[in-house]
Structure formats: C-alpha cells, structure tokens
Design a protein around this ligand. Structure first.
Ligand code: ZN
Length: 262
C-alpha cells in the first residue's frame, strides 16, 4: 500500500523526533561509557537539562525543531547560543523520512527506513566525534535487521540476512588480523566488524562487497578533503564507521528498490 499524502506532516514529525533521539544518544552514550558504574546517568536520567548551567529544560522546549524556534537558538535559562547541529540533525532526519516516504511503498518499510537512518546517523556522528561505535547502537541495528528479515517485510530473506551478518563480521575480523599480523598495528576497531555485520543483516550478504567498496572510497575522499582543508594529517587515524554508515544506507535503499537485481 502506497503511503498517503495526508500522512506526510506526521512523517515529518516522526523524522524530527527520531533526530531528537539521535541528539540524546549522541550526547548521553559516550558519558555512559566513560562512567559505567554511575547508576544516576543513563538514557533517561538525569532529566533533560541545560548543558551549560545545568538548569532543567521545560518539556515544550524539547519538542523537535519547534523548541529550537521558540528559544530562537538560545538557551532559556542562561541565554547562551545553542549549537546548530541539534536542530540540523532533527531537520535532516525529517527530510530523509519525507524522502523515504516518497520512495517506499509500504508503511513497515518506511518505519524500518527511519529506524535504520536514525541508528546510522547516531553511529556516524558518534564515530566522527569520539572514534567509537558503541554496542548500544550496533546491537539494536543488528537485531532490528534480522527481525525485519524474519517478518518477511524487508528486502532480503532471513537466510540472506543471517549470512550477511556472519559474513560482514568475519570479513572485517579477518582483515583486522591480517593487518595486525603483517603490519603489527590495529587497522580498525571491533565496532567496525559489528557495524558491517548489522549492515549485512539489513542488506543481505551479496551487498557487502559494494558496501565495503563504497565505505573505502568515502573514507578516502574524507581523508583527502580533511587534509586539503588542513584539518588533519594523512597519518592520523580516520574513523571507518561514517563511510560504512553512508555506504550501508545506500546499499539498503538499493536492496529495497531493486530486489530483482539479485
Ligand atoms: Zn543554561
């Protein structure tokens, strides 16, 4: 069943809310990993507060995009400028969700696409900022991909998804050990294996060579652009997660759009 036009405002709100959740994950997960024994800090606690003066934030300021507009880009408590990236993440996820609604034909696929986009956005930004691909994000991504395949509503069968998860993990695990034995250094983090395993579950094993190739090209372009802009040296470690996230997202769209291709 095609997605009705009248549901588009609702879809935009759903996407913006997903962007708002991404902002929460991006801020809270690295702190949770730094303080694993702190029971007072998790995804919900302490309640939403100003990052600068710690004053609690009223619920209506947490409404995606609208809250930012009400505040005119400044905190209500201490009137400091709010980072643009919060509202940009919300607007981007809203735009992606609307675009997916035009592209996809079923509501299940649309919900799956929004979930995939939000989890990949959180992984991309966390890896860029902290060089981290937390299990708290890669595990839900893996399980949701397998569940979508199990439901029969996704672009690949459960067999292809399972083979994708195992092959994705093993491919980078093997590469990691080859690099470690030959060059005596760690070529990538374990989070990269888990992310490729999850992408294998979403896209099926046949898509993995394309995802890896796309990720390698994107990472190379990122390195060269960052070097040209004098942002980093070519010898500095580069996160592989952002390339994998973008390439995997495109791979899933390809799998959804062209199921007969395989
Ligand atoms: Zn404040």
């Amino acid at each position: 069943m095609a997605i009705e036009l009248f549901s588009f405002p609702f879809i935009a709100l759903l996407g913006a809310s997903a962007g708002s959740v991404v902002n929460v994950l991006l801020w809270r997960i690295p702190i949770m990993l730094e303080q694993p024994h702190n029971r007072d800090f998790n995804l919900c606690l302490p309640r939403s507060h100003c990052p600068l003066c710690k004053a609690p934030v009223a619920w209506y300021y947490n409404v995606p995009v609208l809250g930012w507009l009400l505040l005119k880009g400044r905190t209500a408590c201490c009137l400091q400028p709010l980072a643009w990236r919060y509202v940009l993440t919300e607007l981007s996820l809203a735009a992606i969700s609307l675009w997916l609604a035009c592209l996809l034909t079923s509501q299940v696929l649309l919900a799956a696409g929004v979930l995939l986009s939000a989890l990949l956005a959180a992984l991309l930004l966390t890896d860029l900022q902290h060089m981290l691909l937390p299990d708290m994000l890669t595990q839900p991504l893996l399980w949701s991909g397998l569940l979508l395949a199990l439901s029969g509503a996704g672009p690949v069968s459960l067999e292809l998804a399972l083979a994708g998860a195992v092959t994705g993990y093993l491919a980078l695990w093997l590469l990691y050990w080859v690099v470690l034995l030959v060059r005596n250094k760690e070529g990538m983090g374990h989070g990269d294996f888990k992310l490729l395993a999850a992408l294998g579950a979403w896209c099926g094993w046949q898509m993995l060579p394309f995802i890896l190739l796309g990720a390698a090209l994107l990472t190379l372009v990122f390195m060269l652009v960052a070097h040209a802009m004098n942002q980093r040296s070519l010898h500095q470690a580069v996160p592989f997660g952002p390339g994998l996230a973008v390439s995997g997202w495109l791979g899933w769209l390809q799998a959804v759009h062209l199921p007969f291709f395989w």
